[in-house]
Design a protein around this ligand. Structure first.
Ligand SMILES: Nc1ncnc2c1ncn2[C@@H]1O[C@H](COP(=O)(O)OP(=O)(O)OP(=O)(O)O)[C@@H](O)[C@H]1O
Length: 255
C-alpha cells in the first residue's frame, strides 16, 4: 500500500495539573492516497488528538507522523482541516472568511475574489456572500467552513465530526455534498465520526478505534456508490457491517 499519511507507533500524552493523560498509545496506521477513510470511535478514544497530530497542530510524545514520507512538524498547505466547532471569524462576512487562507498566503485581491466566488458556488451559498456568521444557520456556517478549507485546494482533507451538531436532514444533505465535492477529485479524506451509519455511508474503509486509539477493526467496506441511507438500512450486507462495527465499538470500550 502506498500510504500518503502514516502514523508509526504514535503516542500522545497530555499533562494537566502535573498529571499525565494518555490520549493515544502506540497507534500505527497508513492512509492510502485518494481514498475516503472513516475513523469511528467513542467519545474520548483519541480521534481528535489523532487528527490534530495529522494536521501538524500538536507534536507526538513518541512515534512519527509522516506525509508523503516527510515528518509532519507543522500545519501544511496540502492538508485541510475542518474541526468539530466553528472557527469562522465573526467580524468577517462569508466571502472574507473564505478568502482568509489566501490572504495569509498573499494571493492578490482579484484572484482571491474570483476563487472565493467559485467556492461560494460549489458549496451552494450564492447570495450570502455578504452575510456574517451570526446571520447564518448552523448548516450554512458549516458550508462556509468547508469552502474555507477547500479554497487552497488541499490534497488531503481531515474532518472531525463536521456535521455532528446538525439535524438529521441537513446532515444527510451535507454528507452528499461532501461526497460530490470529493468524487473524482483525487483527494484523500480522513473523516472522524462516532456514528456507525455515517462511517459506513461515507467511507470505503472504516477504522474503528478503541480506548487510547487502539485499532480494533480496520475494514474495507466495498459498498457500491451512491449509497442511499434508506436503502442501505434494509440491505443485508450493510446491516451485517453495521453489526460488525457495533461489536467492534463495544470491544474497543472494554479493553
Ligand atoms: N489539550 C488537552 N489537554 C489534556 N487532555 C487532553 C487534551 N486534548 C485531549 N485530551 C484528552 O485526551 C483524550 C482523548 O481526547 P480526544 O479529544 O482526542 O478524543 P475524541 O475521541 O476526539 O473525543 P470526542 O469524540 O468526544 O471528540 C481524552 O481523555 C481527553 O480528555
Amino acid at each position: 500500500m502506498s500510504a500518503i499519511l502514516r502514523l508509526e507507533s504514535l503516542s500522545k500524552q497530555f499533562v494537566k495539573d502535573d498529571v499525565g493523560i494518555v490520549a493515544l498509545r502506540d497507534l500505527t496506521l497508513g492512509i492510502e492516497e485518494a481514498g475516503f477513510v472513516t475513523v469511528l470511535g467513542r467519545s474520548g478514544c483519541g480521534k481528535s488528538t489523532m487528527l490534530n497530530l495529522l494536521a501538524g497542530l500538536i507534536p507526538p510524545s513518541s512515534g512519527t507522523v509522516t506525509y508523503r514520507g516527510e515528518p509532519i512538524l507543522r500545519p501544511r498547505p496540502e492538508i485541510g482541516y475542518l474541526t468539530q466547532s466553528d472557527t469562522l471569524m465573526p467580524w468577517r462576512d462569508v466571502r472574507r472568511n473564505i478568502e482568509m487562507p489566501m490572504e495569509i498566503k498573499g494571493v492578490p485581491a482579484p484572484r482571491r475574489r474570483e476563487r472565493a466566488a467559485e467556492l461560494v458556488e460549489r458549496v451552494g451559498l450564492q447570495g450570502f456572500e455578504r452575510h456574517y456568521p451570526r446571520e447564518l444557520s448552523g448548516g450554512m456556517r458549516r458550508r462556509v467552513s468547508l469552502a474555507r478549507m477547500l479554497v487552497g485546494d488541499p490534497e488531503t482533507l481531515l474532518l472531525d465530526e463536521p456535521f455532528g451538531a446538525l439535524d438529521a436532514q441537513l446532515r444527510t444533505d451535507l454528507q452528499a455534498e461532501l461526497l460530490r465535492l470529493w468524487e473524482g477529485s483525487g483527494q484523500t479524506v480522513v473523516f472522524v465520526t462516532h456514528d456507525i451509519e455515517e462511517a459506513l455511508l461515507l467511507g470505503d474503509r472504516v477504522v474503528v478505534l478503541g480506548r487510547l486509539g487502539r485499532v480494533v477493526l480496520d475494514r474495507k467496506t466495498d459498498i457500491p456508490r451512491p449509497r442511499a441511507a434508506d436503502e442501505m438500512r434494509v440491505d443485508p450486507g450493510f446491516v451485517a457491517l453495521h453489526k460488525e462495527m457495533t461489536a467492534a465499538l463495544a470491544e474497543g470500550a472494554r479493553s
